[in-house]
Design a protein around this ligand. Structure first.
Ligand SMILES: Cc1cc2nc3c(=O)[nH]c(=O)nc-3n(C[C@H](O)[C@H](O)[C@H](O)COP(=O)(O)OP(=O)(O)OC[C@H]3O[C@@H](n4cnc5c(N)ncnc54)[C@H](O)[C@@H]3O)c2cc1C
Length: 441
């Protein structure tokens, strides 16, 4: 999305743009699958539109694409007991005690310093939920993620009503198509299945080598914009997908890259014949069943979080394994991942695994950690990461520019709107540098 957003702006301004994309499809971590047997789009990467960021809403509104707010009841399972969730306020109160005016520390260190060892069950539960939020939502290691980064993110979310979540009709593909079509209108040369290997540059001259199914190719340009994900930029030259820079990236940028980390997530989408959970109740006496379930939170080691497609009542449910759970599942076969998802669902909601297997029509899964062109899900800032995003984004001699969600400086790292905003920012930098050259010339 960062690359497409930038290409659109540069194309619109009349620059000649060539996009090199390693995969056979554009979109990167936006990856919607349309199964004709399924009424709803299946997201393998980004699914939710977090809040009302203009970068997403403006193009969707202009293209008259319908957007619906995510709805549904939140259910919790703790010690085998199903109940309505009541932890949100406590988690909120813990998170709002984070303070970025004191020296930065990890979320785990903050919990320990501010609250100490939990003395009551309620305190233990509240800390556990707060930690699960950080590792679940941010896909971050609580012992690494910086409080300053988390606070900046919370403030940024408040500015865009980030507590609300939406989905576009047809999924994220709808937004992708808007950008893709506009990029095509401006005549950009889009080459998929073209893996960039090296960038050799000096001021106002770049030679990019890449390979595709026909062999190697070399392209020359006056400027290049790099939008690969954080771990790909960090990858050592031997890793597939890695880009070799000559001269090497400056030490300041390398240090900044090290201050940002890639969160890990495995998600698997399960499509059943029917919404079997509709009739499930916390107990025989309960009046409410799970027919309105939006989210299900648990302490499962494999897939702690689940969600449905509410308000759309489809027989599709998503299993979410962040951080440690993702580490355990990454690199495993689709069969292994799906079996563990079914086993977890069975443990949580009751139906036997065989029954669930009988009801399962299809499952959809992409291992973002093992994919050499992402090497993880989305970025977060470690302790002491203040200013790291700016340093990663900083252009080199008005010749090599950088964009991508990890370069967002407004507190939105790890989202689609951050990627788009970074693309716009980089396009502006490129256009300004072109204007400067023209003035000098
Ligand atoms: C499972 C998952 C769930 C998510 N959920 C949400 C969500 O609900 N809401 C939200 O806002 N965000 C979500 N995100 C994050 C969001 O998808 C990303 O922040 C955003 O899409 C990143 O866009 P980008 O342009 O920065 O990077 P990418 O989309 O990763 O694009 C980088 C591109 O570079 C290409 N590339 C890599 N290496 C090379 C190379 N050597 N040569 C050529 N091309 C190369 C890649 O193929 C890719 O197309 C999720 C991500 C994942 C993985």
């Amino acid at each position: 999305m960062a690359g497409l957003a930038a290409a659109r702006e540069l194309g619109r301004a009349g620059l000649s743009v060539c996009i090199l994309e390693a995969r056979e499809r554009v979109g990167g971590r936006v990856f919607t699958v349309h199964d004709p047997a399924c009424a709803v789009p299946i997201e393998q990467g980004a699914e939710f539109i977090h809040g009302r960021a203009r970068e997403i809403w403006d193009p969707l509104e202009k293209a008259k694409i319908k957007v619906s707010e995510v709805e549904g009841d939140s259910w919790c399972i703790s010690e085998g007991r199903l109940s309505s969730c009541d932890f949100f306020e406590e988690v909120d109160s813990i998170l709002h005690k984070m303070d970025d005016s004191v020296p930065d520390e990890s979320f785990s260190a903050f919990l320990q310093r501010r609250f100490g060892e939990p003395r009551t069950k309620a305190q233990r539960e509240a800390q556990r939920h707060a930690t699960s939020y950080v590792s679940g939502f941010n896909a971050a290691d609580p012992a690494l993620v910086g409080v300053n980064w988390l606070v900046q993110g919370m403030r940024a979310e408040e500015r865009i009503q980030g507590d609300r979540a939406f989905r576009a009709e047809n999924g994220y593909t709808a937004l992708l198509t808007v950008f893709k079509d506009q990029v095509a209108t401006f005549g950009a040369d889009l080459r998929t299945e073209t893996i960039v290997e090296s960038v050799n540059w000096r001021e106002r001259n770049v030679k990019v080598t890449a390979h595709n199914y026909r062999g190697s190719l070399m392209l020359e340009a006056s400027k290049v914009l790099i939008t690969v994900p954080l771990p790909v930029l960090k990858a050592s030259a031997r890793q597939s997908g890695a880009i070799r820079f000559t001269p090497q990236l400056p030490a300041q940028k390398v240090e900044a890259l090290d201050k940002m980390e890639m969160g890990k997530v495995i998600r698997v989408v399960l499509r059943f014949r029917e919404r079997f959970w509709e009739s499930i109740k916390p107990s025989a006496r309960s009046r409410k069943n799970l027919s309105g379930m939006g989210f299900l939170f648990s302490q499962s080691d494999w897939f702690p979080t689940w969600w449905t497609t509410m308000p759309e009542k489809s027989p599709v449910i998503t299993a979410w394994a962040p951080f440690r759970s993702a580490e355990r599942l990454s690199g495993q076969s689709e069969q292994f991942v799906t079996e563990h998802a079914l086993q977890t669902l069975s443990d949580l909601l009751g139906p036997g695994v065989r029954e669930l297997q009988g009801l399962l029509e299809n499952s959809y899964f992409h291992d973002w950690q093992s994919d050499p062109f992402s090497l993880g899900a989305y970025s977060y800032g470690k302790v002491g990461s203040d200013g790291a995003q700016q340093a990663i984004a900083a252009p080199l001699e008005n010749t090599v520019f950088f964009a991508g969600e990890a370069t967002d400086t407004a507190g939105h790292n790890g989202t689609v709107h951050a990627a788009i905003a970074s693309g716009y920012r980089a396009a502006k930098e490129i256009l300004q540098s072109v204007e400067r050259v023209n003035v000098v010339a």
